[in-house]
Ligand binder design. Sequence first.
Ligand code: AMP
Ligand code: MG
Length: 329
Amino acid sequence: MTIICLGLEGTAHSFGAGIMTDRGDVLSNEYDMLKTTQGGIHPREASRHHTELGPMIIARCIENAAIDYNDIDMIAFSRGPGLGPCLRATATMARTLALKLDIPLVDVNHCVAHIEIGCLESKFQDPVTVYVSGGNTQVIAFAGSRYRTFGETLDIAIGNMLDVLGRELGMGFPAGPIVETLALDGSTFYTLPYSVKGMDLSYSGMLTAAKKLHSEGVKLADICFSVQETAFGMLAEIAERAIAHTKKRELLLTGGVARNNRLTQILEGVAQRHDAKFHRVSSQLAGDQGAMIAWNGILQYNAGHTIKVSESNVLPKWRTDEQDILWRD
Ligand code: AMP
Ligand code: MG
């Protein structure tokens, strides 16, 4: 019998509902992102967005999968890490559905879900993962029954850095894709802080320096070009070290910033140098969405894990390496 799982994602500004089968088929994947014209994400506004649109997105997801509520065998939800109010809004919907339909509830770590959906798509067994998004920047690999963070940002995430830069320089939101396009016309490289500290990195100094270049009248295209080359070069350095150290043969790129072609090109080069396979997660599965939560829920459920509603409190600071990975040896 096929297991059908509805996964709800709502760690930050996106709310998503996705339906997957235990065979790895995505039946439907619907999401909507709160867009702000000014300022970053306010947790309260984002959670209101999820509460208001969530039920409709879930209904649309079920309709597009051509199933009925009663065909759903289990509910998975993003328990963390993320913004508290957003996590709580999403968890409330997941608990309600699990109780109403009387089916199991499974709690999913958002970062782990990004890796596992990437493994499903690429058929990778044991990759080094570069997970880059609006809220996270991590280089992760499996070791000793957990996903270990080999390196990560010490301050802001790379996507956040691009978005804040975009906002301050008047590019619009989300700025990542705009920076990528503008950078194609850049030709002069300006030195920016290259902050790799051991296996970790930092992007806030670069943001300050890039804003300063702008105030000095440097062309936007050259700023974008310099930011990309420096920011991606830093990531490549720690990804390369993680591959050399772990001797793994697969490199996976995921998260919203994985949509960037220049970053992909640089990491492809890293993989080639180490004779490793490379995969960039497809655009529809790279960003925050419910299918990855559903898939990870199925993996956990098949490994014998469910959670009681009464114990399903959200975990805003749930780290990638704080979850036992029951489904891998
Ligand atoms: P996520 O947090 O996974 O939903 O991803 C959203 C982030 O991805 C935002 O910070 C975007 O600016 C960023 N992003 C999306 N497309 C691109 C791109 N082509 N290049 C760089 N960043 C991107
Ligand atoms: Mg994410």
